[in-house]
Design a protein around this ligand. Structure first.
Ligand SMILES: [Fe+2]
Ligand SMILES: [Fe+2]
Length: 284
């Protein structure tokens, strides 16, 4: 885990970079909005729980966290939910009925601590009016991404996800072709239904998001996208329906990794220079 960084006034990303061979590294980020009513956005993955809480506490006193905005219940976004609710006793869980239904079989969530928000609502948090948007692409029926008109930051959740060859703060630090290829790979894999999209109809949905004047795209699986890169990111995401799907590693590839002595389950380091080429380097 790297240090948190501020992407716009009062909005911080808590980054977590995870090795994801053979495509490189993938972020599993969360965010924190500071202010009179701090908003924690997503909770990070279980594997990062101790680091995550320490980083969050470096930004704001957990007792002061007023809202915990949960984009959806996938474990990379919600895996630390219960410990975080315990660590932030004054936080209300901003979620939806269906998200709670999907979580309640595992996690004891008190409805008294919940606030339900639906798509395209304005959610008030200490003078901010966060819009609850459906990102252009999403992998859960309950996904909502907050957009803050006061600083132009849109938390795109799983949309605009990409692999990266190395750590960075801004996507502009990443080789342009690597970013474009990472966007195609990850968005096709994560949204396999892209092939059946009606591009015209879906394009109108993308329009409703792009027209908002987003200045910074943040997300669980991307570095910050800022400036002119925002328009380019939307251009890339509009290409996803027609994009060629990436062939995920199959059993033959897995056996080639075994043959090479590769085991990434325990996080064996892989030289970033090899991240876009199979097979992986053998472990030392
Ligand atoms: Fe997801
Ligand atoms: Fe995700």
């Amino acid at each position: 885990m790297a240090n948190a960084y501020e992407v716009a006034r009062d909005t911080w990303v808590i980054p977590q970079l995870v090795l994801a061979p053979p495509i490189g590294h993938v972020d599993f980020n969360s965010a924190m909005i500071r202010g009179p009513e701090p908003v924690a956005t997503d909770t990070g993955a279980p594997v990062h729980r101790d680091d995550f809480l320490a980083t969050l506490a470096s930004l704001v006193d957990p007792d002061d966290v007023r809202w915990l905005f949960l984009s959806h219940d996938d474990r990379d976004h919600a895996g630390y939910l219960i410990p975080l609710l315990e660590a932030c006793p004054n936080a209300t869980l901003v979620t939806s009925w269906f998200a709670v239904v999907r979580m309640i079989e595992e996690w004891p969530i008190s409805l008294r601590r919940c606030r339900f928000v639906e798509e395209n609502m304005a959610f008030g948090a200490g003078g901010r009016a966060l819009a609850t948007l459906r990102p252009p692409l999403f992998d859960s029926p309950v996904t909502r991404g907050p957009f803050d008109p006061s600083n132009g930051v849109f938390w795109a959740v799983d949309c605009f996800a990409t692999s990266v060859p190395h750590a960075a703060v801004d996507i502009a630090e990443i080789d342009r072709e690597a970013w474009q290829e990472g966007m195609r790979i990850v968005n096709c894999v994560n949204h396999p239904w892209h092939r059946w999209l009606d591009e015209t109809k879906w394009g109108r949905h993308v329009d409703t998001v792009e027209v908002l004047g987003i200045k910074v795209i943040g997300g669980c699986h991307t570095r910050s996208i800022t400036g002119s890169m925002v328009a380019e990111a939307f251009k890339l995401i509009r290409q996803v329906p027609a994009a060629a799907s990436w062939e995920v590693p199959n059993q033959a590839v897995l056996e080639a990794w075994w043959e090479a002595g590769v085991d990434v389950v325990n996080g064996t380091p892989v030289d970033p220079a090899t991240t876009f080429s199979c097979p992986l380097e053998p472990s030392p």
